[in-house]
Write a protein that binds this ligand. Structure first.
Ligand code: URA
Length: 230
């Protein structure tokens, strides 16, 4: 379609200028719709918390992929349903699987410390993952699992309608931005999906192994804070 060709050419020009715009077709259309469409939970309908609670109950029974058979709990998400800033990680680890909450293990504790250092409260943001169930031995998510679980994330984005999405780690950044770029390149660019700013950063689990990443996560969190509240 001619419009798509023009949009693609424009996106390439923007990319050459260091501005990463969301792709114009294919898998990205669901996220554009989720973020740009009418917010679920408008006045008069079920509130956002009710919708998220119902979704979480559905996810607890989900059998869309094989990860269901290994979970103790599904980990839907946690935080403020009116959050300006929404964090997306990769998948629950052992502690998250035990508690049914995201980012409560060592990587989560580091995230808590970094949030505190930049003056953000965990209770004012929303935190979730690409995958709602723990992969065995914390292995990487596979495409079938990502695809099966994606509608749950898109629903969270549609209900919460954040201003900023912070992607924790390469899997989250690549999935949200529909790209295969490296983290270094993604961090160097600017990204928007409609009006929503997407900030890719290193995963806090990676920062436990490579402490120099902490400063970069800190800087990215400062940017998210300033964009949301500055
Ligand atoms: N790593 C993630 O990506 N998510 C969690 O919830 C915990 C660790």
């Amino acid at each position: 379609m001619a419009n798509k060709k023009i949009a693609r050419a424009l996106a390439e020009n923007l990319r050459a200028l260091g501005i990463e715009e969301i792709a114009t077709e294919g898998e990205s259309s669901a996220i554009i719709e989720a973020l740009g469409g009418e917010a679920a939970g408008a006045e008069g309908e079920a509130g956002r918390a009710d919708i998220l609670r119902r979704e979480a109950a559905g996810v607890e029974k989900c059998r869309r992929c094989a990860l269901a058979s290994g979970r103790t709990h599904a980990v839907y998400g946690d935080g403020n349903e009116y959050a300006e800033i929404l964090f997306v990680g990769e998948a629950p680890g052992a502690e998250e699987d035990r508690q049914g909450l995201p980012f409560v293990g060592r990587a989560g504790q580091l995230l808590n410390r970094l949030l505190e250092q930049v003056g953000l409260k965990r209770s004012e943001v929303y935190i979730c993952n690409l995958l709602k169930c723990r992969p065995p031995d914390n292995r990487d998510p596979v495409p079938e699992e990502l695809a099966a679980c994606r509608p749950y994330l898109d629903k969270q984005l549609n209900v919460i309608k954040p201003q900023i999405i912070v992607c924790l780690g390469l899997f989250a950044a690549q999935a949200i931005l529909n790209t295969k770029e490296s983290m270094a390149r993604l961090r160097a660019g600017e990204h928007k999906i409609g009006d929503v700013v997407v900030i890719p950063t290193y995963h806090t689990a990676a920062a436990l192994r490579f402490p120099s990443y902490k400063q970069q996560i800190y800087d990215d969190l400062c940017r998210a804070r300033d964009l949301a509240y500055g």
